[in-house]
Design a protein around this ligand. Structure first.
Ligand code: FE2
Length: 430
């Protein structure tokens, strides 16, 4: 069991250490489901949703019917389909816009009798917002499916995947990895009340042949990633803004775009969001700056640390999510390459379903407060400007947690208590 520090005050999460016996969630694929079905976002998640699915049919049009849950009149929205290279599949995508925030909708796909549900994100964070962040999903088939089940029980509003989704490496002989990936996502990433969990994918080295822009592989850069996911601005960094309360700043750690080429974009993106006073600005990327397992001086790790952490420091970023090392780690707060209570907390390191690696001993690695060879995802809950991180292992246990309370006033403590209670109830109801 790892340590569980709480910044600024005690008591925020002391009641969250119970290891709850959770009911197994094993939804079965329905015979009439499409070959793949997943949600993502191209614009503000408070008012839009993008639905994607795969078929074998040679259809000439792509559309769906949707309506707010409880209403009787269907509306139709059309989209487009593209071929799934090296497969007989078609990839369909429909973006629905003009939706109400924080509302449940249902939709139906042409040729399929089942009805599916999604929920738009709230317009603000005056109510708890919860989501998961994890990476390095599919390397071990049984593990990632088990982790999916634990994630679904958390009833998250969405999931961010910090790279290395299907380990296909852009290779035609591994395209079946994607089929298995989408089978599991469709069948298991469904909340207890039947909502599909949207995903926001970030590129990692296993999304393409060669892994990096400087690869010498003759097929370097070959990928299915951009065919499969509608996501704005790719290839390259993307900022996904949720109203004015949350910005996910996803970066490409040298896979499709060299790391230094994103510095100016990163500086401008963080500056603009600080200007707008966004409460939660979260960089998320694949290769860690502060590794749990790999060599601290590895050239790709050093590059991320040298190029981007000074920009995080400049804009007083609180938390950065890292992946790729197939273990769990939490750093102390670090500024300018030294432990500093005003610095950034780096947390990750990508072990959703991947086989875990040995970790550095935190007693001998100054940049690690915690490290463990364990499959996990990070469950984050925010409420106003407060946030709680809970690290969930493959059995649903909370193995680490971390609370952020900027001002330990009595009002802040009251909100923090509410956040803690919310998180506990959410788990107990699963
Ligand atoms: Fe990786």
């Amino acid at each position: 069991m790892l340590k569980r520090p709480i910044e600024s005050t005690g008591g925020l999460a002391r009641s969250l250490t119970l290891l709850l016996a959770l009911v197994a969630l094993t939804p079965a694929a329905r015979a009439n489901d499409p070959l793949a079905l997943y949600l993502t976002w191209q614009q503000d998640p408070t008012t839009t949703m993008t639905v994607q699915w795969h078929t074998l049919m040679d259809v000439s049009a792509t559309s769906l019917m949707y309506r707010p849950l409880g209403e009787t009149t269907w509306q139709t929205q059309s989209g487009a389909y593209t071929p799934f290279p090296d497969t007989p599949r078609h990839i369909h995508a429909v973006e629905i816009t003009g939706l109400d925030p924080n509302r449940d909708y249902e939709f139906r796909l042409p040729g399929y009798s089942d009805t599916y549900k999604f929920r738009t994100m709230p317009a603000d964070s005056s109510q708890p917002i919860n989501f998961v962040v994890g990476g390095d999903i599919r390397q071990s088939q049984s593990r990632y499916r088990d982790m999916h089940d634990q994630v679904a029980k958390l009833d998250p509003m969405f999931a961010v995947i910090g790279g290395d989704l299907a380990y296909d490496d852009g290779r035609a002989d591994r395209v079946n990895n994607w089929h298995q990936f989408f089978d599991a996502w469709r069948d298991r990433m469904v909340t207890p009340d039947g909502r599909l969990i949207p995903m926001l994918p970030v590129a990692g080295n296993h999304e393409l042949t060669g892994g990096y822009t400087d690869s010498n592989d003759p097929n370097a850069g070959r990928t299915y990633f951009f065919d499969l996911f509608k996501f704005p601005g790719q290839p390259g960094p993307v900022a996904m803004d949720f109203g004015n309360y949350l910005s996910l700043v996803t970066l490409d750690t040298g896979h499709f775009v060299p790391v230094p080429e994103q510095n100016e974009w990163l500086d401008e993106t963080l500056a603009e969001r600080r200007e707008r006073d966004v409460d939660h600005i979260l960089p998320i990327y694949h290769i860690p700056a502060y590794p749990s397992s790999r060599d601290f001086d590895h050239r790709r790790i050093t590059e991320v640390r040298d190029e981007w952490t000074p920009i995080f420091d400049k804009y007083d970023i609180d938390i950065a999510f890292e992946h790729h090392d197939h273990a769990y780690k939490r750093t102390p707060r670090i500024r300018a390459g030294e432990i500093d209570p005003t610095g950034v907390l780096y947390i990750g390191d990508g072990a959703w379903g991947a086989s875990t690696r040995d970790v550095h001993d935190p007693d001998e690695a100054w940049w690690l407060d915690e490290a463990a060879s364990v499959n996990h995802v990070i469950h984050m809950t925010i409420l106003g400007e407060y946030r709680l991180l809970q690290v969930i292992d493959i059995n649903g246990n909370i193995i680490d947690e971390y609370g952020f309370i900027p001002e330990p006033t009595s009002a802040a403590l009251l909100l923090a208590g509410g956040l803690s209670l919310f998180a506990r109830r959410r788990r107990q109801s699963a």
